[in-house]
Design a protein around this ligand. Structure first.
Ligand code: AP5
Length: 238
């Protein structure tokens, strides 16, 4: 975890792209500490709605269990609600959104009508790259804490005591969509629907790529360098 304390700089929107298991959630949680801005994980918000049995959760559950993407309309509406909250004023980390070209177009339009301080800021788009075999191992080995959301991996980042969260002492859980048959569907859906989005941002000259196969703290270092520049340019909190 970066040693530097959170700043009050205007950071603007940061979008983390990457295949399932690339480390978006892991990195988002590390960056949150550095900048004191929220992590907005569409996957987490959807899972929370499923757990609470909301109308949105009922619509999303079956789709998520198949490893497919929830409709653009549903997800964009959900994101709009979240971005309207006060803690998003200085910026936020989008983890898993946008995930289709239609969602990226929606975000461009949304950001066009918003300011951070007094400035309009486009998203800093960071694609975390990880090879297929590594993704498989990460997804099958992932466990998380139901109390604090901390992410572990039985192969690469195990808890100190097997199956138990280091911080909360709660029993770790495995996500339903981390079963092998669902994982392969999620990876196919990523190639079909999300890879074109990578091209969309590349064409706009906005895509930054980082090597996600390095240890998590080294991935964070690469990401912080990309965020620092726009954060400094955004300057004061006016
Ligand atoms: P979501 O929850 O977003 O899942 P995902 O994109 O499949 O991504 P993951 O959470 O699986 O992986 P991650 O990249 O966050 O990796 P993590 O940091 O956990 O979405 C779930 C579902 O919701 C979707 O399938 C879809 O149905 C729906 N949905 C969500 N957003 C949507 C949208 N915008 N539109 C439509 N539908 C949407 O790391 C994985 C593992 O690797 C962990 O065990 C971790 O410890 C380990 N690890 C991480 N980094 C490293 C490292 N550097 N070295 C070694 N191990 C590492």
């Amino acid at each position: 975890m970066p040693a530097t304390a959170a700043t009050d700089a205007v950071v603007g929107p940061i979008a983390l792209l990457g295949a399932p298991g690339a480390g978006k959630g892991t990195q988002a949680k590390l960056i949150v500490h550095r900048y004191g801005i929220p992590q907005i994980s569409t996957g987490d918000i959807l899972r929370d709605n499923v757990a609470r049995g909301t109308e949105l959760g009922k619509q999303a559950r079956v789709v998520m269990e198949r490893g497919e993407l929830v409709s653009d309309q549903l997800v964009s509406g959900m994101v709009a609600d979240r971005l309207a909250q006060k803690d998003c004023e200085r910026g936020y980390i989008l983890d898993g959104f946008p995930r289709t070209v239609a969602q990226a177009e929606w975000l461009d339009k949304y950001l066009d009508s918003r300011t951070f301080g007094r400035r309009k800021l486009p998203p800093v788009v960071i694609n975390i790259q990880v090879g297929y075999n590594q993704l498989l191992q990460r997804l099958t080995g992932r466990r998380s804490c139901p109390a604090c959301g901390r992410i572990y991996n039985v192969y690469s980042q195990p808890p100190r005591v097997d199956h138990v969260c280091d911080v909360e002492g709660a029993s770790l859980i495995q996500r339903k969509d981390d079963k092998e048959e669902v994982i392969s569907e999620r990876l196919k859906e990523y190639e079909r629907r999300t890879l074109p989005l990578v091209e969309y941002y590349r064409r706009q000259g906005r895509l930054h790529e980082v090597n996600g196969e390095l240890p998590a703290n080294q991935v964070t270092e690469q990401i912080l360098k990309l965020i620092e520049r726009p954060a400094v340019q955004a300057g004061s909190n006016d």
